[in-house]
Design a protein around this ligand. Structure first.
Ligand SMILES: [Zn+2]
Length: 289
């Protein structure tokens, strides 16, 4: 089955290439508009582009920028998810939410998922399985490839997800177009999902937590680590000039930690080379044939 990017690519190549440049610059401008002014010019630009939906449309990378992909897991988990969504919106940054099917068990959570699904280009939603790997029983989850794949496919349907972007529960695994990297136990599941057109996204750095939901690193420390990696002075990232940050929505339920998330973003924004993007624009998603 064709993934969305190839569907778009087949649509009309010359028009698409022109549109891609527009979409790219619109995306960056959009974030700044939200931060500084209420100018709605970028929205008008987006609406005039003849792409069936903006999801999965290519962007052109600027080699002078560094791309930060905030990818928050395990939602919907209010109030954490609601806080994250508000903070990203107020700060004018894009982000990706990897959602869990079984966490959508009441009307409030369903509304959160609907709202996130309809927030493009600000937010993208991705698949984090139905059961979160049999409720964190990863060994048995990854041992049976068919049941694990079905668990992910069910979440795609239940959460009404548009894009085939997934993060495997409990595993820092990457997969795209036959290239798989990650723990051996997860590789067969990653391979099967990749062959179904899913891009699996791992992470380059994690905002870790203790006691289930308390952020471990402070905002300054984590922002310094992100900048260091983007400067090429830390662990190499999976894709050059791009960094994927993993965090969990629930870590930002309490006001003091929500403030910490806001501070983390504002420190990163001080470096004008830093651009926040959604994972539909990550290289391994964009480059799939
Ligand atoms: Zn998770």
């Amino acid at each position: 089955m064709l993934n969305f990017t190839s569907t778009v690519r087949n649509f009309s190549l010359p028009a698409l290439m022109a549109a891609a440049i527009l979409v790219g610059s619109t995306g960056c401008k959009n974030g700044k508009d939200k931060q500084n002014t209420k100018d709605s010019t970028s929205k008008v630009d987006s609406a005039s582009i003849a792409i069936p939906t903006g999801l999965g449309s290519p962007i052109t990378y600027d080699p002078n920028k560094r791309y930060i992909f905030l990818a928050f897991d395990d939602g919907p988990q209010p109030p954490g998810t609601i806080n994250c969504k508000s903070i990203f919106h107020e700060e004018g940054v894009k982000a990706t939410f990897f959602l869990v099917g079984m966490h959508m068990f009441d009307p409030l959570r369903k509304r959160i998922v609907d709202s996130l699904n309809n927030s493009y280009p600000e937010f993208v939603t991705g698949n984090h399985s139905t059961s979160h790997g049999f409720r964190d029983h990863y060994a048995s989850f990854y041992k049976n490839v068919d049941s694990a794949v079905n668990d992910v496919l069910k979440a795609q349907n239940d959460l009404n997800l548009k894009l085939k972007i997934a993060r495997l529960p409990g595993m820092n695994t990457w997969a795209s177009a036959g290239e798989i990297k990650g723990p051996n136990s997860s590789k067969n599941v990653a391979k099967a999902l990749d062959s179904l057109g899913y891009t699996i996204i791992g992470w380059d750095i994690e905002w870790q937590f203790i006691k289930g939901s308390t952020p471990k690193q402070g905002a300054e420390q984590l922002a310094a680590d992100v900048n260091k990696m983007l400067d090429g002075n830390g662990m190499p990232t999976y894709q050059q000039n791009a960094i994927v940050l993993l965090a969990h929505d629930r870590m930002f339920a309490k006001p003091q930690y929500a403030d910490s998330l806001r501070k983390f973003i504002s420190i990163l924004k001080q470096d004008k080379r830093n651009v926040f993007e959604t994972l539909d624009h990550y290289p391994t998603v964009q480059n799939r044939k």
